[in-house]
Write a protein that binds this ligand. Structure first.
Ligand code: CDM
Ligand code: ATP
Length: 313
């Protein structure tokens, strides 16, 4: 297959973080993963990925947490470029720059966002001259190989993820939801949190995961009070067991007027659903002043999935 890319040209993609409105976790499967009913919502915190043709594959990263991001081939953005280059039968010779704004190892799918963003950016570079461009389905299949959260980072909006979270059904959302995210010091390892879930549920009957009808109704209605009553995260006890101090962060946001507080995915970021923009500012200020988190960010959902935002020349 012939693939042409224009030397010097570059593509920039913007890709959102996520919060899990519901994370229902089933028992561990033989392959070590857990079946999920994972209600993803994309939120308006973004990483920006720029890819430029180069002599060889190279990654750079900027932003406050850049020193925590691996710059070798373990980076999901590098793995995405390699997987797509194999599909096009070419070498993955690109410089990938990650402008990182999503907290690292925070349970907000930051690495997954970079994988999906790099995949879309490389596809925009390489598909133009290809005799058979990759289809959206192929891109989603590569995302699923990279990680369970990666397909949703490409899709964005709101979706129910089943299987290990990679099988997506888009969901309707009837309004804009306002969130505050309390960013913790240090990350939590996703496998360690699932491992703690297994330890805490050992000897109990873990029911098959299912999306709650009340949650899906609340998303459709766009009513934050209804959504607040339906938010649920089965990994929260495990995250709190590994990081007990998160209970203080959750209590701080609730006292400051949040409609609901929960751990975001595998944590340690905590998420606070609030009524409106004004409440978001109040809760964020209280969290920042409390000393129970490193910083607090405000955001809205749903947010658009990975999208090309720039091209040069
Ligand atoms: C906690 C969530 O962020 C919620 O959206 C995801 O379930 C995690 O997704 P992710 O970071 O993309 O995870 P992956 O890279 O696919 O898997 C990392 C590790 O997390 C655990 N894992 C992940 C997904 C899943 N359904 N069951 C699991 O047990 C496994 O130990 C796996 O080895
Ligand atoms: N592009 C990337 N950005 C950040 N971390 C990355 C990236 N690629 C690989 N990693 C590795 O993945 C680990 C998890 O980082 P990430 O920010 O994806 O966590 P997370 O938001 O908790 O993920 P999730 O919510 O999907 O479980 C990091 O500690 C880092 O070693």
């Amino acid at each position: 297959m012939t693939v042409l890319s224009v030397p010097g040209s570059s593509v920039t993609v913007r890709v959102p973080a996520k919060v899990n409105a519901q994370l229902a976790v089933g028992a561990a499967r033989p392959d070590g993963f857990h079946d999920l009913a994972n209600v993803f919502l994309a939120v308006s915190l973004y990483d920006e990925i720029t890819v430029t043709p180069a002599e060889s594959l190279r990654i750079t990263c900027s932003g406050p947490d850049a020193d925590q991001v691996p710059l070798d081939r373990t980076n999901l953005a590098a793995r995405a470029a390699e997987a797509l280059a194999a599909r096009y039968g070419i070498a993955p010779d690109v410089h990938i720059h990650i402008a990182k704004d999503i907290p690292v190892a925070g349970g907000m799918a930051g690495g997954s966002a970079d994988g999906a963003g790099a995949l879309l950016a490389c596809d925009a570079l390489w598909s133009a001259g290809a005799s058979s461009p990759a289809s959206r389905e192929e891109l989603l299949a590569i995302c699923a190989e990279l990680g369970s959260d990666v397909p949703f980072s490409l899709l964005g909006g709101a979706a129910l993820g089943t299987g290990r979270g990679e099988l997506l059904t888009p969901l309707e959302v009837g309004g804009v939801f306002h969130w505050v995210f309390a960013v913790a010091d240090g990350g939590l390892s996703t496998p360690a949190v699932y491992g703690e879930f297994d330890r805490l549920t050992a000897g109990t009957d873990v029911p098959p995961p299912a999306a709650a009808p009340a949650l899906l109704d609340a998303l459709r209605s766009g009513d934050p009070t209804a959504l607040a009553g339906a938010l649920a995260n089965d990994l929260q006890p495990a995250a709190l067991s590994l990081r007990p101090a998160l209970a203080d962060t959750l209590a701080t946001g609730t006292s400051a007027g949040a409609l609901a507080a929960l751990v975001s995915g595998s944590g340690p970021t905590t998420a606070f659903l609030v009524k409106d923009e004004e409440a978001a500012a109040t809760v964020a200020a209280a969290l920042r002043a409390s000393g129970t988190c490193r910083t607090a960010r405000t955001a809205t959902s749903p947010a658009r999935g990975a999208v090309v935002t720039g091209r040069t020349p």
